[in-house]
Design a protein around this ligand. Structure first.
Ligand code: 0X9
Ligand code: ZN
Length: 308
């Protein structure tokens, strides 16, 4: 529908999340997992098929970084697709019949709101204010997780866009996600974090050049396969590989942390584009950007279901 071909304000997204929960109460449950620095709710949508309980789940978060507007747009697109095509598309039906899908559409609501309402459209971090010391605001939530925290590739200067925070999980947004995943780690088999831009499908590690134990499976059976299909069906090019070698060394990320927690299928997607518009991706690009990412999510989720 036309709703998903636009970007939405934070208030619109909250309204949509709760409306969707009410309209589809048989398949959607809205769960509050915590609140942001400025006390906005962190709302997760739990999607389930019309079946009994299952002991398998996946997690997807969007909008860790404030300016990456295509990310929350993708989470909304995905939920809409799942609800609309459950029992009509075999892949999404199989996913929902065999796993619960936890979706956090806006992990950084304060930052997202800030990019919508001030001239700082290029803001990246959250909006946390330090009690003492610095005048500068915000922590990079994707440097705030406990994975070689604040080593090379992150900054300990609060004024930098990649500031790692005072300690791992110092930020309420990162802490809430980490807490939720720790308490669901026996069921969550797949972690996906949605970012932009640069068109990449990344997996651990990004915090070091070490090769993950299941590197070959992640590389050859999953992201390569997804990239090939995106090229075939959408004529678009996605790079793929371990984060540190493919994009850059960057510690403290959610994907590496989730991987070390035991979620052996852990990914960061960088959606469109490759830099022409960058973070300012025009709304007319939303449908293709989301369909490409959806294809990759399906390929990976179906593989994980077979293997776990
Ligand atoms: O630097 C990041 O956090 C991500 N790129 S972005 O341009 N969206 O900021 C890449 C994250 C890759 N994974 C880790 N660094 N753990
Ligand atoms: Zn990002």
């Amino acid at each position: 529908g036309v709703y998903h071909e636009r970007y939405h304000s934070l208030e619109d997204i909250y309204f949509w999340i709760n409306q969707t929960g009410q309209d589809h109460s048989d398949m959607v449950k809205v769960i509050d997992i915590g609140s942001s620095f400025e006390k906005r709710p962190l709302q997760v949508m739990k999607l389930s098929g019309r079946r009994g309980a299952v002991n398998r789940a996946m997690w997807m978060d969007c909008g860790i970084h404030a300016r990456e507007w295509i990310a929350p747009a993708f989470c909304l697109w995905f939920v809409n697709y799942a609800l609309r095509f459950y029992n009509h598309n075999s892949e999404i039906t199989e996913m929902l019949n065999n796993m619960d899908i936890y979706i956090l559409p806006v992990m950084n609501p304060d930052g997202y709101k800030y990019t919508w309402t001030t001239v700082e459209r290029m803001w990246r971090k959250n909006r946390s204010v330090l009690k003492e010391g610095s005048e500068c605001v915000g922590v990079d939530l994707n440097r705030n997780f406990d994975a070689r925290w604040c080593t090379k590739g992150a900054s300990n200067d609060p004024c930098d866009p990649t500031y790692c925070g005072q300690y791992p999980e110092s930020e309420p947004e990162a802490e809430a996600v980490a807490k939720f995943l720790r308490s669901h780690k026996d069921t969550v088999k797949l972690y996906i974090s949605i970012h932009s831009y640069s068109q990449m499908l990344l997996f651990p590690y990004s915090c070091s050049y070490d090769e993950a134990p299941n590197h070959n499976e992640l590389q050859l059976e999953l992201v390569k396969e997804a990239s090939t299909k995106i090229r075939r069906y959408y004529r678009n090019h996605y790079k793929y590989g371990a984060g540190a070698k493919t994009i850059y060394l960057a510690p403290g990320g959610s994907d590496d942390w989730a991987y070390n927690l035991g979620i052996k299928y852990s990914f960061t997607f960088e959606l469109q584009d490759r830099g022409r518009y960058g973070f300012l991706l025009p709304p007319s690009f939303i449908p293709q950007a989301c369909n490409e990412a959806l294809l990759a999510v399906k390929i990976i989720a179906l593989h994980v279901m077979k293997k776990t």
